[in-house]
Design a binder for this molecule. Structure first.
Ligand SMILES: Cc1cc2nc3c(=O)[nH]c(=O)nc-3n(C[C@H](O)[C@H](O)[C@H](O)COP(=O)(O)OP(=O)(O)OC[C@H]3O[C@@H](n4cnc5c(N)ncnc54)[C@H](O)[C@@H]3O)c2cc1C
Length: 454
């Protein structure tokens, strides 16, 4: 190392940006100047923990896939592994045709492996169609990508798409089977089909993960805010809030970026449309490669209800598309998570907004609260007045992994590769979940650290 201090900018203070700042601190050392610039008034992006009722509650992401190692490992690295908790394992439900049904089992993102798994949820004709599906000739184009609705609809029919697949894709991507491509969302299914599965039923069966004994989800006892605080404390970045990074341009060996000035390297951890705006002049190929990625907005209405409100003993309720109900899902948080079960209130999150339905997110707080209460009453019969409420809007909440997403990402990464001292990371690349964001941040920060270390 020479005596010069390395300086890097991280654009975007969501979990991707904060993990990147932490990795840069680990790899560049205590003297490096690491600046996180965040357009909003707080760090965390789509992770946000607020007080509700008698304690904290997450109003953005509320969990992570526990089968991926990234978050649990990060908690250990940050010394907050005692925060890790898992769900109680209660049954989730689906609201369809005006009634509650158990969530189908042995499905891949709601795509059934047998007719039996969606019995009761779809009609007899659809069940017969699923049973007969292996006998119907199947053309799968191993060189192409299609949307999930076209694949599932053509083999199993519309009811499976609307009642089983849409509710699950709505949960992960705020998406619809029409807005999500098979290859990025269901890589194991695509692999089984590419390998020559002769039916969708056979491909789903081959792609189903072997049941593992561990819990599927995890979260933090005191909310994701604990992770954000620990990341910030460990990364010790200079933080600029309420300031969108602009005017990115080459400056000698490094970059110029407002409002920071000259830096040796830049890590872009902002959502795709913001990243595109920022690099349009300095890296037009990168901007063009990311231009097809659309976003879905959503809103979360968190309700704290009296404990005697009669909330059902289920972890949550997903809603089929085409229902008159406005909500796309309810998380019955106090039932789902044992650490929330003995609070003085019963916590429920109602979620609104699927891809193409951004208007609902612009409803007033009063409208969204009224909708949440009415929808909860329709689905569960619970009409009790909440003791506390929080409304959170997520404009441009989740990127849609449309057909062709994998090629788009390859083009983005190849374009970014050609731009010295600039890296990209975030939910629009290799997965929208928090573990994928942690992985993406780690990869980008490691590459940038190797480039700028002197
Ligand atoms: C309602 C909801 C529920 C979810 N639930 C889960 C879940 O249960 N489990 C799970 O694993 N995942 C979940 N996710 C997904 C996950 O939360 C997100 O994908 C992840 O948090 C994205 O993190 P990020 O840092 O990449 O992006 P973001 O959180 O979007 O952060 C990017 C930041 O960049 C800032 N920014 C943009 N442009 C600029 C600029 N020019 N200059 C400076 N700053 C800029 C933005 O203000 C923002 O703060 C959920 C998402 C939503 C919306």
């Amino acid at each position: 190392m020479t005596g010069r201090r390395v300086s890097v900018a991280v654009v975007g203070g969501g979990v991707t940006g904060l993990v990147a700042a932490f990795r840069l601190r680990q790899q560049l050392g205590a003297d490096a100047e690491i600046t996180v610039v965040e357009a909003g008034s707080r760090l965390g992006g789509k992770l946000r923990t607020v007080p509700l009722g008698d304690g904290p509650v997450d109003v953005g992401a509320e969990a992570f896939i526990a089968r991926r190692p990234e978050v649990a490992e990060l908690l250990v690295e940050l010394g907050i592994e005692d925060q890790l908790v898992h769900p109680a394992g209660r049954q989730p439900l689906i609201w369809s045709e005006g009634a509650l049904h158990p969530l189908p089992t042995r499905t891949l993102m709601g795509i059934p492996s047998t007719a039996q798994s969606v019995e009761g949820l779809v009609d007899a004709d659809t069940l017969a169609r699923i049973t007969a599906e292996p006998t119907v000739p199947f053309d799968w184009d191993a060189s192409a990508d299609i949307d999930v609705a076209s694949l599932v609809g053509s083999r199993f029919g519309e009811q499976v798409v609307r009642r089983s697949v849409d509710p699950l894709l709505g949960g992960v991507y705020s998406g619809l089977a029409e807005s999500i491509g098979v290859r990025a969302a269901l890589p194991a299914l695509a692999a089984a089909l590419d390998a020559g599965a002769t039916s969708l039923t056979a491909a789903v069966t081959a792609a189903l993960p072997t049941p593992s004994p561990g819990p599927v989800f995890g979260t933090l006892r005191d909310g994701y805010g604990t992770l954000l605080d620990a990341l910030r404390a460990a990364a010790r970045p200079h933080t600029i809030l309420d300031a969108a990074a602009t005017d990115l341009r080459r400056a000698g060996d490094g970059w110029w970026l407002d409002p920071i000035g000259h830096v040796d390297g830049v890590l872009l951890a902002a959502p795709a449309p913001d990243m595109i705006r920022l690099v349009a002049a300095a890296a037009p190929r990168l901007a063009a490669a990311a231009s097809g990625i659309e976003l879905a907005s959503s809103a979360v209405v968190a309700l704290a209800l009296p404990n005697d409100a009669g909330v059902p003993e289920n972890s949550g309720i997903l809603v089929a598309t085409g229902e008159s109900l406005g909500a796309k899902a309810f998380t019955l948080s106090s039932r789902k998570w044992p650490h929330l079960a003995d609070r003085e209130v019963t916590l429920v999150r109602a979620s609104y907004g699927r891809f193409g339905d951004a208007a609902v997110v612009d409803n007033s707080d009063e409208q969204l609260i009224a909708k949440a209460r009415a929808d909860l009453e329709t689905v569960t019969g619970v009409s009790t007045e909440p003791v506390d409420v929080f409304v959170q809007r997520w404009h441009g909440g989740l990127p849609q992994y449309a057909p062709g997403h994998l090629e788009r990402v390859a083009a983005i990464e190849s374009a970014a590769d050609g731009v010295d001292g600039l890296e990209v990371a975030g939910a629009y690349l290799h997965g929208v979940g928090v573990p994928a964001c942690v992985a993406s941040a780690t990869t980008a920060a490691t590459r940038l650290a190797a480039r700028v270390a002197v």
